[in-house]
Design a protein around this ligand. Structure first.
Ligand code: FES
Length: 56
């Protein structure tokens, strides 16, 4: 499922990046470019981040 339409980034790509060590919004932004345009995806990205932290 696409989370970031501006950059064409899926939830799977975000989860993989988190697993690979992108443990903050800043790092995800740098690694994937997520939430660097309209910003509409930042809430969902934050949720994915929170979910993966809860699982860890
Ligand atoms: Fe991610 Fe616009 S949907 S920056």
């Amino acid at each position: 499922m696409y989370v970031c339409l501006c950059k064409g980034i899926t939830d799977r790509q975000i989860k993989t990046a988190i697993d690979d060590g992108a443990c903050s919004m800043g790092k995800l932004r740098k690694t994937l470019g997520v939430a660097t345009q309209c910003g509409k995806c930042s809430a969902s990205t934050r949720e994915l981040l929170a979910e993966s932290k809860a699982e860890a």
